[in-house]
Structure formats: structure tokens, C-alpha cells
Design a protein around this ligand. Sequence first.
Ligand code: SAH
Ligand code: SF4
Ligand code: F3S
Length: 459
Amino acid sequence: MIEPQWMGPRVRTVYFWCLMSPTVGKPPKFYFLETYGCQMNEYDSSLVSGLLEERGYRPTQDLSLADLILVNTCSVREKAETTALEKLRSIAHHKRRRPGVRLGVLGCMAENKRETILERIPEVDLLLGPDHYDRLGEVLDRPRSLAMPISALGPDRNQTYEGLFPSASANVSAFVAIQRGCDFKCAYCIVPTTRGPERSRPSEDILREVHHLVGKGVVEITLLGQTVNAWRADLSFADLLRRLGQVDGLKRIRFTSPHPRYFTESVCQAMAEVPTVCPHVHMPVQSGSTAVLRAMRRQYTRDQYLTIVSRIRRHLPTAAITTDIIAGFPGETELDHRDTLSMMDAVRFDASFMFAYSPRPGTPAADLPETIDAAQKQARLQEIIDLQMRHTFQRLDEQMGSNTEILLEGPNRREPKEWFGKTPQFHKVVVRPEHPCVAGQILPVRIAARRGQVLWGQA
Ligand code: SAH
Ligand code: SF4
Ligand code: F3S
């Protein structure tokens, strides 16, 4: 380090202090961070925010203020990639007018589409895959004269970001990643390629983060993992739920997404036993046809899935069950599609995320010829959506007149006397509380009406 010669001892102290402190003496630096994709990406973005804020960066929603622009990307379907590329293209346009700004691509597309990104958006300065966010500081410290872009990619099978916490959440609810990566190899899915092999985070580190969040006012956590119930470290997943059930001040515990193969009796027992674990299971089924499930390499049959649903209902009679469904996987016949519809009738899911199959280069299914055209695929998807809407409405109507408790999230901005909340089953409820209330409070309500997919409750 070259010390300016003209400094006296006092000035020198201040000068070194300024050099050491990320914030003092320098104009603040701003970062803009846009996130696409799943909850895991949202969680990772808050890890990245935490890292940047520790280095004195402040968040901004205004691109023209930002010194650093980051886009956390998703590769799960083609549409997710085209949306992110369009966003990057518009940011690149902005960057041409402000060449001092750095542009970084994070997440699954950085792993999966490095060459495409650099070819189409040469303005990109850095690419970081999901296992390399802790290198962000080191990367930002590198002199600009070094060759760009800088990339840190590829799976790191030891990476669990132990000891790193996300930036403080202002919400009553927060995500906690307990597992990274995925060891399944579902034929359609890019996630194992972009996020590498499965790793479970130690329970001690998870509990530390949960206590930290509760200390900041969080009352509900959602544990995250691609196959979250396959989590196993020093405890089993069921015992992790029991341990979390003992955390003072934590009112609700959720988790997503469990894999049917790991939805064991002992997980159901723990859910039934721990009062703060919510009776809501989001368990992706993907298809109702055993033949398609086999081609998808999902590792369960239609009957096995239905047996697990009965197990859940036996232990948790009031549980809501939601799912993911893919329409038009290669080779799916009209009969297979009917099997998906009849599966939906058999379970009557409370809600579903429904997708048209999107071939992902590099996955095993991408080599299978598509057997229906885009219009047929869309028509099957529409039939699934229509049936799901009927089931959702039926399920919500069944709540009418019941007494439940909602976790208040906040008032309606347009109508501040109305508050939003969720039931333990994750149904959205609007209520007009009689007394002043605060976000994070649990309010007993009677369900009185339904408007669309929203329930109305009486306090
Ligand atoms: N780990 C989760 C799913 C992660 S991806 C699980 O296994 O349950 C979220 C959802 O996206 C999947 O459940 C699937 O329904 C959908 N999906 C994944 N790849 C897809 C593809 N190639 N085309 C369409 N939908 C896909
Ligand atoms: Fe993808 Fe299957 Fe892993 Fe889920 S379990 S992330 S669908 S490979
Ligand atoms: Fe999530 Fe998309 Fe990656 S769904 S794991 S951000 S491919």
C-alpha cells in the first residue's frame, strides 16, 4: 500500500480507518438485484444481499443509481431463460451509457448457459454459480484492469454456506435453506446440473439461523430443499422438525418441496406431533400415469403416490395437499393424460403449479422426441388447470363456517382496515380485525365467504 507522504499522524489514523471500514469515508455504493426462479433463488439472493451489505453496499431499486447490477437467474423452463436474457439485454443497454457499472449473472443460468450469456451479452463482467456466492467480495475487490469476465462455476459438494446468514428480513416469514443440490435425476430436470449433488446443512447451523431470524421478529419459517425431506445430517428430518418445534417465539414451520419417496411414517408422525408444523404438504406428483412417471425417472408409481397421500391424511386429517404437474412429457398418450386427471380427482389437491413440458438441453428427456405438438400440449395443460380450479374452489368452500387461525401478514394497501393472513393450510384469508393488530400476530377467525381463490374471515 502506498501511503501519501503529506499526512500527519492524526490524518494518517483517519486515512487508515477509512481504508479499513467498508462504509466510512466513502460515498455509499449501491447494488440492484433482480431474482428469477424458485424460493431457493430468493433465499440465495438474500444471502448475496447480506454479503454485499456487510461490505457497505446498499440496495436500490433504481438501475441508474446502481454501481453493481446482479441478476439471479433460473433455467427450469425455456421461458425462464428467455425472460432473464431479455432483462440482461436491457440492462446491457443501460450499462453502455454507464460503463463504470459492473454487471453480474448469478444462479442456475450462469451454470447452464455461460457461453450463450457471454455471446449475447458481452457486457457481463461476472458469472457466479449457486455454490460460489461467498466469493463475491473477493471478485469485487479485483482491480478493473484484470480481464473480464470473471467466473466461478461448477458444483462444490462441500458448500452449505455454513455460518453465513441472509440479509435481515423485514418480514414475519422467512426461508431457511437446509439442503442444497439434488441427487435425483428426473429426466426432464436441469436442477441437478445447475445446483450439483445434494448436501445437508448441519442442524446446529440451521438452528443458529432460525434463532437469529426469530430475534429479528420472524415468526414463520419455510425450510427449503429440492427434496427437503431427504435432509439428513446429525439428525433425521423428523427430529429436525421436533427440534425446531422447541424454538421459543417460532409460531409456524413449513417446508418445501418434499419428495414422495421420503414421506415416511416418521415424517408424518413428527408433523402430527409438533403443533407449530403446519398441516400443509406440497408434494410434486408430475404425472398420474405410472408409465410416464417411470419415463420421468420419478422413482414412485401412481399407486405408491396415492398410498403416501392416504398416509398423510391418516396422520393429518386436516392437511392441505398441493402439487406440481407437467403436461405433455415426451411419449405421454391421451390415456396417460387421463390418468393425470383421474389422479387429480382421487387426491383433490388444494392447489397446483402446472406446467407445459419444456425440453432442457443436457437432460435425458431432451433426447426423447416430443410426441405431441405445442397446441395439443397447451390443450392438455388447460384441461389440468380447469380441473384444478374446480378442486381449489371445492376445497375452499369446504372451509366455510370453520374456525381457524390466521397468521397476519399485513394490511391491504388500498383498504387498510382489511388485513391479509394465511391459515395453517396456506389458504389466503382477508379479515377486518375489530382491534388494532400487528403483522406476525395469530388471529382466530371464522371463515365466512369466498371470493375467487381468497377466503373471507370474521375476527
Ligand atoms: N425439487 C422439486 C422441483 C423443482 S423444479 C421437486 O422435485 O419436487 C419445480 C417444478 O418445475 C417441478 O416440480 C416440475 O413440475 C417443473 N419442471 C421442472 N423441469 C421442467 C421442465 N423441463 N418442463 C416443465 N416443467 C418442469
Ligand atoms: Fe429436479 Fe427431480 Fe431433483 Fe426435483 S427431485 S430438483 S424435479 S431432479
Ligand atoms: Fe430454482 Fe430455477 Fe434453479 S427453479 S433451482 S432457480 S433452475
